[in-house]
Write a protein that binds this ligand. Structure first.
Ligand code: SF4
Length: 349
């Protein structure tokens, strides 16, 4: 058995077999002092996800360390499941997947194929390092990669198989692993484990709140009217005056306020200032747009280009005219000093 491979890719069947051979089970992992290194590493996997969006990797030279690494994976998944936060689940899944992508891009073909097989992607490898992936799998995994490089028209396609270099293939596997982990979590954790995991769950929950604050355009400090972009200020004024808001404006306002971290109660309070406020109608719209009705993260706020197309880029000012200003959330961040102008990226993507 290749124990180094089992440790590198702890989601593989052979990793579970490695643990079984060493009589490692979940009860031991949770309670035994000899599994403390696995628990520490499991906690670190989740902290890495929060701080760096990538689980760290260190080559391990002996089977004991490799076993601890393998067992840290189910421990991390249990913590994430117990915290039960959708943002954390997604971020953790991404961080494990990014780690795998970075390792897989320089692996030998047999390992690449073993990982692909585990992820339910059937592929073949050419001796010259070119990977071939079935057309439907390619479309499923590449459709969220927006760069033109990933458009099917730019790919080599022969007999229903897309040919691509290993590096690009590994990037697709990143999406496959991310989907797999997200679909598997949360796990149902036995009640008797909870008291053992409580300390780590509390620690991760606190780190999670800090991370959310860091990502929030408001830095967790609540919305400040003086930082709002002119388009949103104008839409708010229209709403307060009872003017008929176009659907696109209502959508932009709710998604923007949701992205700033306002709660449902805070958002509906904004709409309640309108003279023709209809609570049940507003409640449905807000919960639909913010994803509360269907358990998703909801929609992201539109970029400036979309706002312009929809005719709701109201009253742009001199900051709006900057070439790099491409999103109302960027406007808010710059005004509030949460972002340096030259480092602006694209929001909502
Ligand atoms: S340029 Fe962007 S931020 Fe400024 S008003 Fe238009 S949509 Fe809003």
């Amino acid at each position: 058995m290749d124990t180094a491979r089992a440790a590198k890719y702890p989601f593989l069947r052979e990793s579970a077999e490695f643990a079984e051979r060493n009589s490692a089970d979940l009860d031991e992992l949770i309670t035994s002092p000899s599994y403390e290194p696995a628990r520490v590493r499991g906690r670190q996997r989740v902290l890495d996800a929060l701080s760096d969006s990538e689980v760290s990797y260190t080559p391990l030279m002996n089977d004991y360390d490799r076993l601890m690494e393998v067992m840290s994976y189910p421990y991390a998944r249990m913590i994430v499941s117990m915290v039960g936060d959708r943002f954390l689940t997604k971020r953790y899944a991404l961080a494990e997947a990014v780690r795998m992508n970075n390792l897989l891009s320089s692996e030998d073909p047999s390992t690449v194929l073993a990982v692909s097989d585990e992820l339910g992607v059937s592929s073949t490898a050419d001796p010259d390092g070119i990977m071939r992936i079935g057309f439907p799998d390619y479309l499923r995994l590449a459709n969220r990669l927006k760069s033109v490089d990933w458009k099917l028209i730019n790919m080599e396609l022969h007999h229903g198989m897309v040919h691509l270099p290993q590096e690009k293939y590994s990037r697709l596997m990143q999406n496959a692993l991310q989907d797999k982990i997200e679909s598997e979590l949360p796990l149902i954790t036995p009640d008797e484990y909870h008291r053992y995991l409580r300390g780590d769950v509390t620690r991760i929950s606190m780190a999670l709140e800090e991370t959310k604050k860091r990502f929030s355009p408001t830095g967790g400090e609540g919305m400040r009217n003086e930082y709002l972009p002119p388009c949103i200020t104008h839409i708010l004024d229209m709403s307060r005056q009872g003017l008929n808001l176009p659907h696109s404006a209502r959508f932009a306002l709710v998604t923007f306020l949701n992205a700033l971290g306002l709660t449902y109660d805070e958002i509906i309070r904004v709409f309640s200032e309108s003279p023709d406020f209809d609570e049940s109608k507003s409640e449905y719209q807000i919960k639909h747009i913010t994803g509360e009705l269907n358990g998703t993260d909801g929609y992201t706020p539109p970029e400036c280009s979309t706002m312009k197309t929809n005719g709701i880029c109201y009253c742009p000012d001199s900051l709006c005219e900057q070439e790099w200003l491409n999103h109302p959330l960027s406007y808010y961040r710059v005004k509030s000093g949460k972002t340096r102008k030259k480092t602006e990226g694209k929001d909502g993507q």
